[in-house]
Design a protein around this ligand. Structure first.
Ligand code: FMN
Length: 240
């Protein structure tokens, strides 16, 4: 191919890719596809509560959680200052679905009533999940979850107070992760500190439906340096 035909073909390509199919859209929710987390917390009588949620993002050994102000989990986290974040795998989809439209709040808050939410005092029994004792916090871990993060609340922030499109009270919690339990079957062979993304199959909630991840799309430059560079040097061990 000579220089002239090369530049001609690139012009054709760029004009084709600039054609826009976008329209102005106002989705009611922006559930664009995030992992499902089951938050376990302790009720005032010492019994456990479980809440499915997916407004979570991770930074270092911490996490930001977006929750309804009216949820039992919010009340419990405020009172106890702790929780466990049990990240759901695709195998847990039906258990997560059984917990949808349930609350540990009695009476059911009015903003949840129109959605058909029902009070369920025993969420573990209702979902068919198994509690396991935590090491550091009082809330139990969920045995079936391959990644369980014992966490403490470090901050609570108001969310959306000046956003006219936010329809109900929302809060965000910043939690610090204190201990992580990982199912050894999703680890990189011979390294207890590395989760193998080819083995870890998180459950994804996208626009209220459940999905898994597809295959790896292409090699990633970010994964070319050792993962332990992300770790604070004080916490690097022999296996990093
Ligand atoms: C897959 C899924 C994801 C959810 N994500 C969130 C979320 O990110 N934040 C939230 O406040 N509620 C979320 N919910 C709704 C809560 O589970 C719901 O408010 C529930 O009543 C909370 O339980 P609790 O009142 O016992 O804490 C989600 C529900 C499901 C099924």
């Amino acid at each position: 191919m000579d220089d002239q035909s090369l530049s001609d073909s690139s012009i054709v390509k760029s004009s084709a890719t600039t054609e826009s199919f976008h329209v102005i859209s106002e989705p009611a929710v922006l559930y664009l596809g995030t992992p499902v987390v089951l938050i376990t917390s302790e009720n005032e009588d010492g019994s456990p509560n479980i809440s499915p949620m997916s407004s979570a993002w991770w930074l270092g050994w911490g996490c930001m959680l977006g929750l309804l102000g009216s949820s039992k989990t919010t009340e419990n986290m405020r009172r106890t200052g702790e929780c466990v974040l049990n990240v759901a795998s695709i195998d847990m989809a039906s258990a997560v679905d059984r917990l949808a439209l349930t609350t540990g709040s009695n009476p059911v808050p009015s903003n949840k009533m129109e959605m058909g939410v029902q009070f369920v005092p025993d969420k573990f029994g209702h979902a068919g999940l198994t509690p396991a004792n935590s090491d550091i916090v009082r809330s139990p871990r969920i045995h079936e979850s391959p990644v369980q993060l014992e966490s403490k609340v470090h901050n609570e922030y108001q969310y959306g107070a000046n956003n006219p499109r936010v329809r109900t009270e929302l809060v965000t919690f910043e939690v610090c992760i204190e201990r992580i339990h990982v199912d050894s079957r999703i680890l990189v062979e011979g390294n207890p500190n590395r989760i193998d993304p080819d083995k870890w199959r998180p459950l994804i909630m996208s626009f209220r439906e459940f999905y898994g991840l597809g295959d790896k799309v292409q090699p990633s430059r970010l994964s070319e340096f050792p993962e332990y560079y992300y770790k604070h040097p004080k916490f690097r061990g022999p296996e990093s």
